[in-house]
Design a protein around this ligand. Sequence first.
Ligand SMILES: [Fe+2]
Length: 283
Amino acid sequence: MMINPKRDLGLLNGPVLLFGGPYSNLAATEAMQAEAQRLQIPPERVICTGDIIAYCAEPVETLELIRHWGIHVVQGNCEQSLGAGAPDCGCGFDSGSSCSLLSIEWYRYASQRVSPEQQYWMAELPGQVDFQLGSLRFSVVHGSTQSINEFIFPGTPQALKQARLSATAADVVVGGHCGIPFGERLERGYWLNAGVIGMPANDGTRDGWYLLLEPDSNGVTANWHRLPYQAQQSRQRMQQADLCDAYAQALTSGRWPSTDILPEADRLEPATPLKPQTLRLSY
Ligand SMILES: [Fe+2]
């Protein structure tokens, strides 16, 4: 799938907060904004890796919160599809798979609610956001550097991550789309995923995840953090809207309704709560 032109933010001074997948989950997005304010990170240093609208019940409210907040947003496949008035979310699920069948309902629900003006805003989002922190260059994408809906998981072969990173001028790629927070040192450079806030990480807990990049004189420290929020409230909103019960349940069970898309190595059986991770990024 096509990727929109990139935006370069230049050199950023101070910590950078990244998160993905608000997924129409208003309570989670409000919690994320409150956390950024608590950490005193201004909107100019907050980046969302895309998929503002998806599974949950408040697509318009979530989109408007993000827009008024004024943060940077990388276009996700959901923004691309809704912006173009496409017939489906473009997640890249195999046709007929349970992920594909489950996505039909929320996509119809969301596409009936967004205005033409909101569609235009989503269609115009950058496909990649670049910035520099210390002397490290970062490229933030949705799926991969090659495709908006390519799934790059922790268990995706390192050679593929390296090839995707090498296609950019960056030292570090931060991706979204896959829903799992992780960081990996490659032979040359790093592949990070900020995680998502609007669905759990399939680890048996309700929390979302975000990533904080903190620069110092020798490099950058990447820290992943849990984002607790009122998941029960978002689940009730989905039930009131008659939306897919499998995703509504996932908000409180912490397990995805289907793991079809996950590599074998990333299927946690039974659910193991992820541990907050730290990765030192050096020059
Ligand atoms: Fe996505």
